[in-house]
Design a protein around this ligand. Structure first.
Ligand code: AMP
Ligand code: MG
Length: 356
């Protein structure tokens, strides 16, 4: 298949250009499109054959369900059974980077929900995504538009690097706004449970929808190996090269210094850390500034992809504060590093061996 790349303005997208992509959705094709979080790979949520193409293109395990994207909360009843409480929550959080787990409506193909009784739904806050869903005239089921297991795509180039010739159309609207995926909350239980930390922090969400349970796994720890959401058990967000995550900011430089004994490291670090890393003569990939975690969120997946492109054997990442969007950042870093967090230089060889 020949992938067609269509450039569109992120804020005022040309309707004709988006309509071309919408036509592909209507005909059962798959389209990569920008959302405010990351790029999604979409198909008509009610076309089982089309949704199957998403799994094939990504190499995604079939037990990992998709998120259904709507152009407005008014369409909720197409995909979910609803009540006043659900509508109230939906109206408060949408459009925005919050995915709600809801009871699913009849008629959605099993591919979308991985056979579960629930469905993940959101209304994205991105003009291109909204125009695409509207013009397609159907809800669009979409996971992130990367190869399964790889860091999520925040630019059209990332999508093309992973999925060239596996998708019909890529709508290229430049960089996404947040750079990490949506926050997933299960509101079929009381109190609601956080299934995946994302672009909207719990501190911002709780005042809107009330108390939320945050399981330990939401931080990205997984000693139990038990997934709190389907699909979460799989290796995620990982570049091909190994990433070592250090436990404390204070021991980062000490560990980094020792890491040169085990190959060629690249420091995955903040702007604030850069001068000290330069002093060690170690190559660095700057994620963002510790004084603004939104810059770190935007730099996170591009930094992990960058590691694979440069002359380095492995990455050594510093930890970030877990407030707000920081919880999503640390969740992704823990997963990218295979959940191995090291607290001293002595742990380096074991961590690097285990990550092979
Ligand atoms: P992605 O957008 O690529 O991050 O994939 C969507 C994610 O949504 C999946 O990995 C699931 O963990 C989550 N998800 C989708 N449907 C459900 C559901 N019914 N219950 C819980 N989590 C879900
Ligand atoms: Mg994904």
């Amino acid at each position: 298949m020949n992938t067609k790349i269509i450039k569109v303005d992120p804020i005022k997208p040309d309707r004709m250009s988006v309509a071309e992509a919408a036509k592909i959705i209507q005909m059962g094709g798959i389209v990569a499109f920008p959302t405010e979080t990351v790029y999604g790979l979409g198909a008509d949520a009610f076309n089982e054959a089309a949704t199957n193409k998403i799994f094939e293109a990504k190499g995604r395990p079939i037990d990992n369900p998709l998120i259904v994207h709507l152009s407005g909360a008014d369409h909720l009843k197409l995909v979910s059974t609803i009540n006043q409480e659900i509508i109230n929550v939906a109206r408060k959080v949408w459009p925005g980077p919050v995915t709600l787990i809801l009871p699913r409506a009849q008629g959605l193909p099993g591919t979308v929900t991985a056979g579960l009784k629930t469905v993940a739904v959101r209304v994205p806050a991105h003009p291109v995504a909204l125009a695409l869903i509207e013009l397609s005239g159907t809800p669009i089921a979409a996971p992130s538009a990367n190869l399964a297991g790889k860091p999520s795509p925040t630019t059209a180039k990332h999508v093309i690097d992973d999925l060239q010739d596996r998708v019909d159309v890529v709508l290229d609207a430049g960089e996404t706004f947040f750079g990490v995926e949506s926050t997933i909350v299960n509101i079929t239980v009381n109190p609601p449970v956080l299934l995946r930390p994302g672009a909207l922090g719990i501190e911002e969400l709780e005042p809107i929808i009330g108390e939320i349970t945050v399981p330990k796994e939401a931080h990205g720890y997984s000693e139990s190996g038990v997934a709190i959401a389907p699909g979460m058990k799989y290796r995620h967000y990982a570049p091909a090269k190994r990433v070592v995550l250090t436990g404390g900011r204070d021991i980062y430089l000490e560990i980094l210094k020792k890491s040169i004994n085990f190959g060629k490291p690249a420091a995955i670090c903040s702007e604030e850390m850069k001068p000290a890393v330069d002093n060690l003569g170690i190559r660095n990939i700057i994620i963002g500034s510790e004084s603004d975690l939104y810059t770190v969120a935007r730099g996170l997946f591009p930094s992990l992809r960058m590691l694979d492109e440069i002359d380095a054997d492995f990455g050594v990442a510093q930890p970030f504060n877990e407030n707000g969007i920081g919880l999503a950042i640390m969740n992704r870093l823990r997963k990218a590093s295979g959940h191995i967090v090291i607290n001293s230089p002595e742990e380096l060889p074991r961590a690097l061996d285990r990550l092979c």
